[in-house]
Design a protein. Structure first.
Length: 484
C-alpha cells in the first residue's frame, strides 16, 4: 500500500525538504557531521550544527577535496563536505536500509550514484555519503589521534547518523546493510574487523574489495614495487610518511599543517594517493583483515562478496596503457622473478588477443581472484557467506572489468534488454539479502537459487541470460597460483 510521498522530514538537527517523485523521495546534502576544516582538520568528526527552519535538501553537498584523475574530472577544495543523501520509496512500513561507500579513496562522492532503481524496485532506503579522501582521510603524524583512519571514522559517523535518523525516512535502523565497491568494499572489511563499528550494520556486501590483496611489482602503476597490502599500511609507517610530507610543506607540527589552505595540500605531488591506505595496528583497525578473518575476529553478520570476471583489464588500460609483446616478459620477470617462465607458459601470448589482455588475465587471477576466493574461505568459516562473480562480457569494452557491475545496481539508460534483466535480478538478490541476510530471500523471487559459499565452494556467476554456478577455482587457475 502506498502513501503520499513526504518531501519534508525532521532529523536530529532540524527539518529537511527533498524532492518528491511519484514513487520515491530524494534528499541530498544533509550534513551528518561538522565541517572538518580549520582546527577540525585531522580530527574525529564532530556533530553537525542545528539549523532553524526547513533546510533545502534538493541538491548535493560539496564533494570532499580531490584533484580528479584520468578517469574522473571531479575537482574540489571545500572541506565542508560531510554530507549524505537518502533515497526512500513511497511505501508503508519499515524498510531495510542500504548504506553505500563509494570507491577509490582519492576521488568520488555519494551523489554520483542514483539510487532510484535500487530503492524503488527493491523497496529499501538507500543512503550514500561523502567522506574524507586521500591526505584528508588517511594522513598521520606521531601523537595524532586517528592517524590513518579519519575517512574510516567519517564512515562510522555516517552509520551512527543512520542509526539515529533513518527511521524518519521509513528505514529500519535495526536492519542496515553496509555495501561498497573497491576502496569502499575494503573499508567495509575494515568495519567488519573494527570493534568500534560493532552494531552499526547487520550485513555487508563487498564488490571487488582488496582486503586480502598484495601486489607484485609492476602490477598497478609502471615502476611501482611490490606491496604487502594494497588497502592497508602500518600506522607507524603512515606517521613517518606524514612527517616527511609535513617537512616538505614547511611544517613541523599539525597546527602548522592545519593552517595551510586545502589547495596547497592538494598541490603536493601524489599526496592523495600516498595516503589512500587505511592505517592498522590502532583502535580503529587493530589488525589487518587477513589475520582477523582467519581468527574469526569479525562482526557476526552475513556477507555477500565477489568481483568481476575481467577485473584488471580496465586497470591496465587506465594506469599503464598498451602492453607490447616486448613488455610482457619484462613485466612477468619484475612481478614473479625466477618463476616468470612458469607464468609465461601458463599464460602464453598466443592464447590472448593482445599482450595487454594477457597481462590483465595474469593479474586478474593472481591479484584479484586468488585473494577474493581466500576471503570467501576465511569468512565462510565464521559467518554466512555468499560469493558472486559479475561476468557480463559486454559490460564495457574491457568486458566485465573492475567496477562495471556497479552500473547494474545504480542503472542508467544505457543498459540493453538482457542487461536490464540482469540489473533487475541483481537488485532483487541484493535487496533480498539486505532484507533477510540471504539473496534468495523467502525463495519466492523467481531467480536461480544461490547457495552459500560453504556449499561446495559455490560462486554465483551473473551474466545476461546466464545466472548459474561457476567453477571459479578452475576459471582463474587458482591451483596454479597457490604458491606464487
Amino acid at each position: 500500500m502506498r502513501h503520499d510521498t513526504r518531501d519534508t522530514v525532521r532529523v536530529e538537527n532540524g527539518e529537511v525538504r527533498g524532492v518528491a517523485h511519484a514513487d520515491h523521495t530524494v534528499f541530498q546534502g544533509i550534513p551528518y557531521a561538522a565541517p572538518p576544516k580549520g582546527e577540525l582538520r585531522w580530527q574525529s568528526p564532530r556533530p553537525a550544527a542545528d539549523w532553524a527552519g526547513v533546510r533545502d535538501a534538493t541538491r548535493p553537498g560539496n564533494p570532499c577535496p580531490q584533484v580528479g584523475s584520468s578517469y574522473s574530472d571531479t575537482k574540489a577544495t571545500d572541506e565542508d563536505c560531510l554530507f549524505l543523501n537518502v533515497t526512500t520509496p513511497s511505501t508503508e512500513g519499515r524498510r531495510p536500509v542500504m548504506v553505500w561507500v563509494h570507491g577509490d579513496g582519492a576521488i568520488g562522492a555519494g551523489h554520483h550514484f542514483d539510487a532510484t532503481a535500487l530503492a524503488t524496485k527493491g523497496d529499501v532506503v538507500v543512503v550514500t555519503f561523502n567522506y574524507r579522501l586521500g591526505v584528508f582521510g588517511g594522513f598521520g603524524l606521531p601523537g595524532l589521534d586517528g592517524s590513518g583512519a579519519f575517512g574510516l571514522r567519517d564512515q562510522r559517523a555516517a552509520l551512527e547518523w543512520v542509526r539515529r535518523n533513518v527511521a524518519s525516512f521509513g528505514g529500519d535502523p535495526g536492519n542496515v546493510t553496509l555495501f561498497g565497491v573497491s576502496y569502499g568494499a575494503s573499508a567495509a572489511a575494515a568495519h567488519l574487523v573494527s570493534p568500534a563499528s560493532r552494531g552499526l550494520f547487520h550485513k555487508v556486501i563487498a564488490h571487488s574489495g582488496f582486503a586480502l590483496v598484495d601486489l607484485p611489482a609492476e602490477a598497478w602503476y609502471p615502476g611501482l614495487g611490490a606491496l604487502p597490502w594494497l588497502a592497508w599500511r602500518d600506522t607507524a609507517e603512515i606517521e613517518g610518511i606524514g612527517q616527511a610530507v609535513a617537512a616538505e610543506l614547511g611544517c613541523a607540527d599539525v597546527d602548522c599543517l592545519r593552517g595551510l589552505p586545502a589547495e596547497e595540500l592538494l598541490d603536493h605531488p601524489q599526496v592523495m594517493n600516498i595516503f589512500q591506505p587505511v592505517g592498522y595496528g590502532n583502535a580503529d583497525l587493530p589488525a589487518v583483515p587477513a589475520e582477523a578473518f582467519a581468527a574469526g575476529e569479525v562482526a557476526k553478520v552475513a556477507v555477500l562478496a565477489g568481483n568481476t570476471r575481467h577485473e584488471h583489464r580496465g586497470i591496465v588500460d587506465i594506469f599503464r596503457g598498451p602492453v607490447t609483446a616486448e613488455d610482457y616478459p619484462r613485466l612477468l620477470a619484475a612481478a614473479f622473478g625466477d618463476r616468470a617462465g612458469e607464468v609465461a607458459r601458463e599464460y602464453p601470448l598466443s592464447a590472448f588477443e593482445s599482450p595487454s589482455r594477457a597481462w590483465a588475465a595474469v593479474l586478474t587471477d593472481r591479484v584479484w581472484a586468488r585473494p577474493t576466493f581466500r576471503q570467501h574461505e576465511l569468512l565462510s568459516a565464521h559467518v554466512p557467506t555468499y560469493a558472486f562473480e559479475f561476468a557480463d562480457p559486454a559490460a564495457s569494452e574491457n568486458g566485465a572489468s573492475h567496477s562495471t557491475d556497479i552500473g547494474y545496481l545504480f542503472p542508467d539508460e544505457e543498459l540493453t534488454g538482457g542487461q536490464r534483466e540482469l540489473s533487475d535480478a541483481m537488485i532483487r538478490y541484493w535487496t533480498d539479502f539486505a532484507r533477510t541476510g540471504d539473496p534468495n530471500g523467502d525463495g519466492s523471487n523467481g531467480l536461480p537459487h544461490w547457495p552459500e559459499f560453504s556449499h561446495g565452494r559455490h560462486v554465483q556467476s551473473l551474466a545476461p541470460g546466464a545466472i548459474t554456478g561457476v567453477d571459479y577455482r578452475a576459471e582463474h587457475r587458482l591451483d596454479f597460483w597457490a604458491d606464487k
